[in-house]
Each structure stands twice: as structure tokens, then as C-alpha cells.
Design a protein around this ligand. Structure first.
Ligand code: BTN
Length: 324
């Protein structure tokens, strides 16, 4: 938090649902009462609504729906994730900006959010369709004390957090399609891109990039993905507040990430499997030159999909084309 405006929002947030006097705000911010009043007027112009009562002061009753650093900060109950937010109306890719921040010493938990991305990045060097404001496009920095070979566990963890967030806000249970697509009613609703900078035995940083189709109409999708993609709005016939989605996601992530660092991968595995697409179904797949079929029985700690063949042997698929 740096600017006066941000400090004012922080103070009002810390006193949620109670009146704070102009004098108290002026003491805290070391500003005159008039300067505080001007700041409050500017917040009102941006869509914040206050109840002002003589001799009692101000009470914040509504924050704007618009996503910004300030509105995201308001009501966010995390300890470290999202305490620094870099928000853009339009940017090439939040992944690129987050990675620049990480290389210049950006702290763990720094989040980059964009309303639109002109060069959104997907997995396997694919483009990610995000040049419109109806989705949530964000990336954040982690600096975990893990060995690099455990980094794929962070992607699996993120998939479970995304699934939980969607379930919490929509009441509909999504599935996680290996390796890390989030589906609602068999169509892709969200994707995760994990990028890491590491030495042989230590991670410098990991950038977790998350894209979720929130309020898209069908016409918002590129023709090439229209049949395979969907949004929360299309699946549930409701519009969602992107700010609330981001805050819920960050709050759930922080808790689950800390639990993972303390208790290890086993609970993440269980959660992933509880959302797994076609769990216990028999699928056909191609791995290298081999074509085979087997039952999906789980996820391994390195991110491999575990398949059981007809003889009861378990195979670990690290890269395969699954005939879903
Ligand atoms: C996938 O291919 O499924 C992963 C898509 C990841 C997209 C997100 S949107 C926010 C962040 N910035 C990017 O450029 N990509 C990720």
C-alpha cells in the first residue's frame, strides 16, 4: 500500500460496518479534514458509496463492481497473496508482466490482473483467447521452498483451488481434465499455465497463470474454440462479479497452498481425484507409439495420470493423448 487513497481504503476496510470519524481518518493519514473529505469525494466518483452521518463520520457501504487495485484490495482477507496487486485495463499477458516482476525481486504473492490480454499465453505455446473483458486473467508469484521436480504439484493444487472456487460461487461441481483443464458440463471453462525459473535443486520462482471464462456470451469465443469452451454465465445463466471471484480464488489458494507446504501432497491428490474428469472410467490413449486403454485410477505426485490396464498393472502417463 503506498498512496493516500490506498491507505484510506485500507483504513475503511479495517473498520468495515462501523462509522469512522473524519478526525480519526485525518490523524491516521496525517492529512487535514478537508483533504480527507476530498479523497472521500474522489472515491465516490469512482463508485464507492458511503453513509455520512454528522458527529459519527463515514461508513463504507458499497464498493464498485469494477476491478481495480483498490476494489480488489477491499474485502480481501488474505495474509500475503494479493497484498501487492498490479492491475491493467489491457496488457500483452499477465504472465509476462508477473515474470518481469519476479525477475526484478517482486515478492511472493504479487498478483498481476488484466481486464484484457492482447497476447494471452496458453500451454504448449498456444494462444489464450483473452482479448475481452469478460474473463478473469491473472498471474501471481510464488517462491516455494520445494525441489524443482515437485513444481507440477503446484499446478495440481491450483486446479483443485480453481475447481473449489467455481463450485463455491456457482454451486455447480466442475471437473479437472488431466493434465489441468477445468471443465463444466464437458466444456473448458478455465486453464492454468505454470512457469518456473529454477536451478538444479532450488526454485527461484514460479508464476501461476490462471484464465477463467466468467461472463462470456457465445459470441465472445473465437470460432475455433466455440464448441469446446464455455463460461460460468453460459452454464449457470447468471452474471458474476469478477472482483468477488478473484478474491475468493486468492483466499482459497492461500489457505490450500499453506496447507500443502505444511502437510504435503496427499490431501491435494485426494482433492484432485475428487474432481477428476472420468475418474474410474476406461479411456483409450496414445503414449509415444503405444496405443492402449485403461481405467483412470488417480494422479501421481509428479503429475502423471495413473491408469490401470485389464491385468491390474498400473501405468504412469506423463504425456499422452487421451481419447476423451
Ligand atoms: C491453458 O492452455 O489451458 C492455460 C491457459 C492460461 C491462461 C492464463 S490467462 C492469465 C495468464 N496470462 C496468460 O497469458 N496466460 C495465463
Amino acid at each position: 500500500m503506498s498512496s493516500t487513497r490506498e491507505k484510506l481504503i485500507e483504513l475503511l476496510a479495517s473498520q468495515a460496518n462501523t462509522f469512522v470519524s473524519g478526525q480519526w481518518l485525518s490523524n491516521q493519514l496525517q492529512l487535514s479534514r478537508t483533504a480527507v473529505w476530498k479523497q472521500i469525494k474522489q472515491l465516490e466518483a469512482d463508485g464507492y458509496r458511503f453513509q455520512a452521518v454528522p458527529n459519527k463520520g463515514y461508513r463504507l457501504i458499497e464498493t464498485p463492481k469494477k476491478v481495480s487495485e483498490n476494489t480488489l484490495f477491499w474485502g480481501l482477507s488474505t495474509k500475503w497473496l494479493g497484498k501487492v496487486i498490479d492491475h491493467y485495463e489491457e496488457i500483452s499477458s499477465t504472465q509476462i508482466i508477473a515474470s518481469q516482476h519476479a525477475q526484478s525481486g517482486g515478492q511472493e504473492g504479487l498478483v498481476v490482473v488484466a481486464e484484457k490480454q492482447t497476447a494471452g499465453k496458453g500451454r504448449l505455446n498456444r494462444a489464450w483467447d483473452s482479448n475481452h473483458h469478460n474473463g478473469v486473467w491473472l498471474s501471481f508469484i510464488l517462491r516455494p521452498n520445494l525441489i524443482p521436480s515437485h513444481a507440477p504439484q503446484l499446478t495440481l493444487l491450483t486446479a483443485t483451488v480453481l475447481a473449489r472456487t467455481i463450485e463455491k460461487l456457482t454451486g455447480v461441481k466442475p471437473s479437472i481434465k488431466w493434465p489441468n483443464d477445468i471443465l463444466l458440463n464437458d466444456r473448458k471453462i478455465a486453464g492454468i499455465l505454470t512457469e518456473m525459473q529454477a536451478e538444479q535443486d532450488a526454485i527461484h520462482h514460479v508464476i501461476i497463470g490462471i484464465g477463467i471464462n466468467i461472463n462470456h456470451k457465445e459470441s465472445d469465443f473465437d470460432a475455433s474454440i466455440m464448441k469446446r469452451a464455455t463460461s460460468l454465465a453460459l452454464e449457470t445463466d447468471k452474471q458474476y462479479d469478477k472482483r468477488v471471484f478473484i478474491q475468493t480464488l486468492l483466499e482459497l489458494f492461500e489457505g490450500q497452498y499453506e496447507a500443502f507446504l505444511s502437510h504435503g501432497f496427499t490431501p491435494v491428490k485426494a482433492s484432485w481425484e475428487s474432481y477428476a474428469y472420468r475418474f474410474c472410467d476406461v479411456v483409450h490413449y496414445k503414449a509415444g507409439k503405444e496405443r492402449a486403454k485403461g481405467k483412470i485410477i488417480g494422479i501421481a505426485s509428479d503429475g502423471a495420470l495413473m491408469i490401470e490396464d485389464a491385468l491390474g498393472n498400473t501405468k504412469h502417463l506423463h504425456s499422452a493423448e487421451i481419447d476423451w
